[in-house]
Write a protein that binds this ligand. Structure first.
Ligand code: SF4
Length: 112
């Protein structure tokens, strides 16, 4: 009898611990999803020194873009067809964000 009650006592905390671990394990995928969202919203800014950005003469400001041959007034990332406003991204640079006031030689007009 003593052994059975002791066994029951031991089963309680062990069962509780199991349920706690199961609940914590269930949250792990949610934590990973949250991490990805934060990363998608906070893309690192594209540097003008990025080799591909250099090739396209990417500039982060309109003032700097004015000095580049081929630039036309009013053309900027935020009105480019390749710009993704939800994350300030650009389809050419999926791992980075671009400056809305930036510009590069690959600028594409939005369809009208
Ligand atoms: S392709 Fe468009 S959005 Fe991307 S960097 Fe060039 S101008 Fe900006």
């Amino acid at each position: 009898m003593f052994d059975k009650s002791l066994e029951r006592e031991n089963r309680g905390p062990s069962r509780r611990r199991f349920l706690q671990l199961a609940a914590a394990s269930a949250l792990i995928p949610l934590l990973n999803l949250t991490g990805r969202q934060v990363r998608a919203d906070g893309l690192p800014a594209l540097e003008e020194s990025n080799p591909i950005a250099l090739g396209l003469a990417y500039k982060t400001t309109q003032e700097a873009a004015k000095s580049v041959e081929g630039y036309e007034e009013g053309r900027k990332c935020e009105n480019c067809a390749l710009y993704t406003p939800d994350n300030s991204g650009c389809r050419l640079f999926p791992a980075n964000s671009v400056a809305p006031e930036g510009w590069c030689k690959a600028w594409v007009p939005k369809p009208s």
